[in-house]
Write a protein of this length. Structure first.
Length: 424
């Protein structure tokens, strides 16, 4: 059984462990031949949303419902929902059930497929996406349970909590000297347990999907991943002493052979470790920013030389640090290279915090809903979408002026506060 620390802050961990323990006991003593105890996840609403991902067409949003309070049974109480941002409603019949304590969600190149993580069963969950983006499905689902993603899992153990994806390829030499291009999705996954990071390749489409993976103990309490370039990813942790720049070793068939550390970036703080919570790059990838909860702060790293010949002989370094609001959770760059702003969610203070990326000074703090968590920036429409863990709302903000976000819609708010999809 994995740890059940989640997006809702450290104060809820003990209660969740007890709930998971009781659920496991009920299932175990109920025996294998009887129906599982409890109800399946509710496909008609958002509950404890965590990860969000936006389709490239800007219309459809994919939202992870984590079943964080175990209102539904742990095995299939989590849900991936599809939100139509034009109507402000859930797409009827599109939601699919999965395991509980879901976290990040990412879309592969072209949004033909999505990936998320479920911490109760330590799995990567994958699903196909229709061309227009309104439907998701598991190609391996049975007729008996078409609304389930449980057949589309690749389990990797040790509490996976964050992932990123990039499309890559190899060239396989065939007999006669001909070469075959082998394309794959490359996932990098952080695990909170066993100091582990996993690299995974996914080859094929539809029912003919093949996974390969390799893992290594590289970052203490690995918690957040950010793609840098090519097949390189930065990883931070919740009890780490440095940032690590990692890259997988992949053979000509697209199979992962192992992981290598290309750089380690020290964090010179007056603490034995830090608690990394979010990573974001500047648009030109010259600076990397990290949220930290020991103490609550934002850190800036100069990583510019990594863009030149791999940065050989250069060690990235921390160049700035400023204290932030309580429990900073997620971090995102909003706007262009010039005039852009760092946005972060403060879970305890129910606030969206705007930070100057040069000075790291707080520009302003904007009150938002209950338990702001994940952020998505739609650069085409100049809007920001925020998931709210406690209130299960989605806020859509106009960020055409990056320093002055304006609320335009609240979706799924309580009826006494706002009607779904209506402007405030």
């Amino acid at each position: 059984m994995c740890s059940v620390r989640g997006g809702g802050g450290e104060e809820v961990e003990v209660g969740l462990r007890r709930l998971v323990f009781l659920t496991v006991l009920l299932v175990f003593f109920g025996g294998c031949a009887v129906e599982l105890v409890g109800d399946k996840g509710d496909l008609s609403q958002l509950e404890y949303p965590t990860g969000v991902a936006l389709h490239p067409n800007g219309r459809f949003l994919y939202v992870v419902g984590s079943n964080f309070d175990l209102k539904y049974r742990v095995t299939d109480g989590g849900v991936v929902s599809v939100v139509d941002l034009e109507s402000g409603k859930l797409v009827e019949g599109a939601a699919k059930r999965m395991g509980s304590f879901g976290t990040s969600i990412v879309l592969a190149e072209g949004a033909r497929r999505g990936y998320t993580l479920t911490r109760n069963d330590d799995c990567v969950v994958w699903f196909e996406i229709s061309q227009e983006g309104s439907e998701i499905s598991c190609p391996l689902a049975t007729e008996k349970d078409p609304d389930s993603l449980l057949k589309c899992r690749y389990c990797i153990d040790d509490d996976p909590t964050d992932l990123k994806v990039v499309r890559s390829y190899r060239e396989l030499e065939l007999e006669g000297g001909e070469k075959q291009r082998v394309e794959f999705d490359l996932l990098m996954v952080a695990h909170l347990v066993a100091s582990k990071v996993s690299a995974i390749t996914v080859r094929g489409e539809g029912k003919d999907v093949e996974f390969s993976s390799a893992a290594a103990s590289l970052v203490y309490g690995a918690s957040e991943v950010q793609w840098q370039s090519g097949e390189n990813f930065f990883v931070t942790g919740r009890s780490a002493t440095n940032l690590a720049l990692l890259s997988p070793a992949i053979n000509a068939s697209g199979e992962v052979l192992g992981l290598q550390v290309k750089r380690r970036v020290g964090v010179p703080l007056a603490f034995s470790s830090f608690q990394g919570r979010g990573l974001a790059f500047s648009p030109n990838k010259t600076f990397l920013y990290m949220l930290n909860q020991l103490p609550n702060s934002i850190l800036a790293f100069d990583v510019s030389a990594l863009l030149v010949d791999g940065g050989d002989g250069f060690e990235p370094r921390m160049v700035g640090m400023e204290l932030m609001q309580r429990e900073p959770m997620k971090l995102l760059w909003v706007g262009a290279e010039q005039g852009g702003v760092l946005y972060l969610t403060s879970f305890k203070d129910d606030a969206l915090v705007l930070v100057d990326p040069q000075s790291l000074a707080i520009i302003k703090q904007v009150p938002v809903g209950d338990g702001p968590y994940e952020l998505v920036y739609d650069s085409q429409a100049k809007r920001l979408i925020i998931s709210h863990f406690r209130s299960a709302e989605l806020w859509i903000m106009d960020v055409s002026d990056a320093e002055n976000p304006v609320l335009s819609k609240r979706l799924f708010a309580a009826e006494s506060e706002s009607q779904n999809g209506t402007e405030e």
